[in-house]
Design a protein around this ligand. Structure first.
Ligand code: HEC
Ligand code: HEC
Ligand code: HEC
Ligand code: HEC
Ligand code: HEC
Length: 449
């Protein structure tokens, strides 16, 4: 045989295998043992401050957190058992939520209450034993994992550690490192998480502001007990949507009228400007299928009567998913739950006519889904980009019985981590769907007698 066809075919084979591997990773699965990794408690003896910060963050709870446990066992594991197309889907979850379990082939891991090492979730070792990524784009846990006493990090500091070797890794100071787990492609190839890709498209990447600058902020501190003080020690805060303080004021609101006076039976148009001043990616980002952000506008007349204002339609494609309605959705949960006639639950359960900032995910049948692994396509992306300002208008046809005097109009932006009807249906603790007010602003006009 000539050399050329061999080269051609082996190139083709490499292409095919690398493509498959990048979609559903198999290499390194079961290649390690839990014992190859140290427990966070060991790192704590010298890195106590970082340990305490990490312990409070979602990173240390990625496997044990109640909603994760419910979605993993009741929906993902169950789905992989009763739909052959989904047979491996529950393995992928562990690749990001408890990488040591995936690397040890312990899938599905014991339930959190059994106290296994899978509970360590995204631990110190997971991040500091990553020496690179497979391919160019970071997604679907395509880390190259090592084990042993060489830790990878961005600094080769002034102090040597008595405990381990330190190797400088530029990857650790870049957003790409975070993209390993914060970008995710579904079984059907849809980008169901794209935080790092959103960041890359936005203004912050161009200014060199990394994820670390907002989620691992720099302070003048020691990084280890016997170490020195650095002016830019990287705190392990990892605070995100589960931190009310991080959410507060993410979006700034201003509402203005088009007229200063009107009469009962008259018309006034209110414009709300929503400015994303805090996030480096879109808002919401990450688990976009779960999160819900909505704008509620009310007018109150001099006598205390309240009128709910509905958002004016803009007539873009897919807009129906961005205006609250009484539709039902999430029927595909019926498959893992073995309820073939499941009618779904309310799509959002927020006041009908309010504007929702979201991107809907659709299952293979074209129905809205919250099971991100079962997502075949994405709908209109009506989220608020980094430093973007969106304008929404509300036309108010004043009723004849409105009281003369001051008319106060208030715009409120509300947020829930999880759509309420889904939380209630799956018995998720209420804190996951409690309303968090992001911001509010009011204006006044006069109703002439
Ligand atoms: C300019 C500051 C800034 C930068 C840069 C930034 N973020 Fe954020 N991030 C925020 C703020 C503020 C929030 C809280 C609001 C929210 O949930 O989006 C947040 C939220 C998050 C959340 C929680 C989302 C959720 O709904 O659970 C994750 C995860 C996250 N960021 C990861 C990243 C990653 C990964 C990068 C880099 C690719 C990054 N962030 C860059 C400010 C930033
Ligand atoms: C016996 C003490 C000790 C223990 C235990 C220890 N370290 Fe360290 N580590 C140090 C010291 C000292 C430094 C250097 C600090 C400095 O530069 O001032 C360090 C630095 C680091 C760095 C930063 C490298 C750099 O300079 O950017 C990382 C990452 C790290 N350790 C990870 C770990 C992890 C993960 C564990 C647990 C598996 C661990 N360490 C356990 C003492 C320790
Ligand atoms: C989600 C990944 C992740 C986890 C989990 C994590 N780290 Fe880090 N750590 C990083 C990254 C990324 C950096 C470098 C940040 C940078 O350069 O901007 C870092 C830096 C460090 C440093 C050096 C700080 C400095 O300023 O040079 C130490 C020490 C460290 N980590 C120890 C730990 C310990 C101990 C734990 C567990 C309690 C831990 N890390 C958990 C990602 C992680
Ligand atoms: C090995 C995978 C992995 C890597 C690498 C990783 N993360 Fe995460 N991160 C997760 C998982 C899984 C969660 C979700 C925890 C949960 O279940 O809510 C998470 C949660 C978070 C949250 C909290 C979100 C919330 O809802 O409050 C922030 C913020 C965050 N990560 C930022 C980062 C940043 C910044 C980096 C890079 C320095 C990074 N992550 C790297 C896996 C990872
Ligand atoms: C490519 C990595 C990756 C894979 C694969 C993955 N996740 Fe996640 N998951 C994350 C990250 C990162 C977050 C948190 C970031 C965010 O919400 O912005 C998260 C968030 C979640 C949340 C929301 C947590 C909360 O507190 O609101 C649930 C539930 C969840 N994942 C379950 C699953 C299940 C079940 C699977 C498997 C079918 C899975 N994940 C697969 C990375 C991943």
């Amino acid at each position: 045989m000539e050399l050329k066809p061999i080269l051609f075919f082996s190139a083709l084979l490499i292409l095919i295998t690398s493509f498959v591997a990048s979609e559903v990773r198999k290499d390194q699965f079961g290649e390690f043992k839990y014992d190859d990794f140290d427990k966070p408690g060991k790192c704590k003896t010298c890195h106590n401050a970082f340990y305490q910060q990490w312990k409070q963050s979602m990173m240390s709870k990625a496997y044990t957190h109640h909603w994760d446990e419910i979605e993993y066992f009741q929906l993902a594991v169950a789905h992989s058992e009763n739909d052959p197309e989904m047979a491996k889907v529950h393995e992928g979850c562990n690749g990001c939520h408890t990488p040591m379990a995936w690397l040890s082939g312990d899938v599905p891991p014991p339930k959190p209450e059994e106290g296994s090492r899978a509970n360590e979730s995204v631990s110190c070792e997971v991040c500091h034993l990553i020496k690179g990524i497979n391919g160019d784009t970071a997604f679907n846990f395509n880390y190259i994992m090592t084990s042993g006493d060489t830790k990878y990090s961005s600094r080769k500091g002034e102090t040597d550690s008595p405990e381990h070797k330190i190797v400088r890794s530029k990857l650790h100071s870049s957003a790409k490192f975070c993209g390993i787990c914060h970008n995710e492609k579904s079984t059907f190839g849809a980008w169901v998480k794209s935080t790092q890709l959103e960041w890359e498209e936005g203004p912050y990447s161009k200014e060199g502001v990394q994820c670390q600058d907002c989620h691992m902020t720099e302070a003048n501190s020691r990084t280890a007990r016997m170490g020195v003080k650095y002016p830019d020690a990287k705190l392990h805060l990892f605070h995100g949507a589960h931190d009310p303080g991080k959410l507060n004021g993410v979006i700034e609101l201003r509402v203005q009228p088009d007229v200063n006076e009107t009469v009962p039976g008259g018309v006034a148009v209110f414009t709300v400007a929503l400015f994303n001043q805090k996030t480096g990616h879109k808002f919401p980002t990450g688990s976009v299928e779960d999160r819900i952000v909505w704008l509620h506008v009310e007018a109150e007349d001099e006598k205390g009567n309240i009128y709910h204002l509905k958002v004016d339609k803009k007539e873009f494609e897919g807009e129906e998913y961005t205006i609250a309605s009484n539709e039902l959705a999430y029927q595909d949960m019926g498959v893992p739950l073995q309820k073939p006639d499941f009618k779904g639950v309310k799509r959002e359960d927020v006041p009908v006519g309010d504007r929702i900032f979201r991107m809907p995910y659709f299952d293979p049948q074209g129905r809205m889904t919250l099971m991100q692994w079962n997502t075949k396509s994405l709908g209109v992306d009506y989220r608020i980009g980094p430093r973007e300002t969106k304008l929404e208008t509300f036309t108010f046809n004043l009723p004849y019985e409105v009281a003369p005097g001051k008319l106060k109009v208030t715009a409120v932006l509300n947020y829930r981590l999880l759509v309420k009807p889904v939380g209630e249906f799956l018995n998720v603790p209420e804190e996951e769907y409690a309303i968090h007010e992001i911001n509010r602003h009011s204006t006044e006009i006069t109703v002439l007698p």
